[in-house]
Design a protein around this ligand. Structure first.
Ligand code: GLU
Length: 292
């Protein structure tokens, strides 16, 4: 199934910034938010803010307040926010549909069991080996009271969906290749959704026409495209932008000690001036933009 370029309705272009309130925003987030904001504003469109807080153990309300203050400090305006934690019934009904279509299965494996069954001394963690996909209905019935997540049955899903593609602003037509990611989790043990399911549903439900986000999420788009096909949802255009990195080439995740926007704000830095520099491609010393 070939993805058509989205037809923009009366609202025109709609973009979004979708941070997870699990920590403070850094310069890389500012770069991404500005890219998404400007993409909409330059086209007379709408820029939405969505708080991706389905991870109840790591999300913190105080981070939401800081995110709002950071974005306002940069001079951005937005619609929203919507909170994913308030949209769980929406994700539940999509999950129910996938259950009815037999495209998901419950997985009872613990992290330790998965780690023991996959060997990857180096590189990215390997895909889940599909252990619970092979459980019989009787085995599932016997264990359904135990903690479990729900995984996409990727071979079945790909067979149902057939060939798929999507359009990336920079890379052009991309043939969807979700296979390397294996049977991804679509519902967590503690919530009827995962990042992949919630983001796909919300982008469609909010009428997002253009997903502007970092290239680190490029591979996730293969899964999102598959979910769109399974759930009958439209496919937005994608703009995966380069990431800001430090002089050591490391991404600006908090764990690398990147300065947070909140810290810059507290130091009296000029938010709109910082935003103007990022727009002009002038990065603060010690940073550069790189493809992941
Ligand atoms: N919530 C995700 C994050 O903070 C971003 C989701 C997206 O842009 O698709 O990394």
């Amino acid at each position: 199934m070939t993805a058509r370029r989205p037809i923009h309705g009366q609202g025109g272009v709609v973009t979004r910034f979708a941070p997870s309130p699990t920590g403070r925003l850094h310069l890389g987030h500012a770069f991404s938010a500005i890219r998404a904001h400007d993409h909409a504003v330059e086209r007379g469109g709408r820029f939405l803010l969505r708080i991706e807080d389905i991870d109840g153990t790591r999300s913190r309300p105080e981070h939401v307040d800081t995110i709002l203050a950071d974005l306002a400090w940069l001079g951005l305006t937005w619609e929203g926010p919507v909170f994913q934690s308030q949209r769980l019934p929406l994700y539940q009904s999509a999950l129910d549909r996938l259950k009815a279509d037999r495209l998901v299965y419950p997985c009872f494996c613990t992290r330790a069991e998965i780690a023991a069954s996959t060997t990857a001394p180096h590189g990215p963690s390997p895909a889940y080996p599909g252990t619970c996909r092979h459980l019989t209905p009787a085995q599932v019935a016997a264990r359904i009271g135990e903690p479990h997540c729900w995984r996409l049955d990727l071979p079945a899903a790909m067979a149902v969906a057939g060939p798929l593609d999507w359009h990336d602003e920079h890379a052009g037509r991309i043939v969807a290749d979700p296979a390397p990611q294996g049977d991804v989790v679509l519902a967590r043990k503690d919530a009827p959704a995962s990042y992949h399911l919630a983001v796909t549903i919300d982008d469609a439900a909010q009428g997002v026409t253009d997903v502007v986000r970092g290239i680190d999420l490029f591979d996730a788009t293969h899964i999102h495209r598959l979910l769109q096909a399974l759930l009958g949802l439209p496919t937005p255009a994608y703009h995966h932008h380069a990431l800001l990195v430090g002089t050591d080439g490391e991404r600006l995740a908090k764990r690398h000690g990147a300065p947070t926007l909140a810290a810059m704000r507290a130091d009296g830095a000029d938010g709109p001036a910082l935003a103007a520099s990022l727009r002009a491609g002038r990065l603060p010393s010690g940073f550069s933009a790189a493809n992941a």
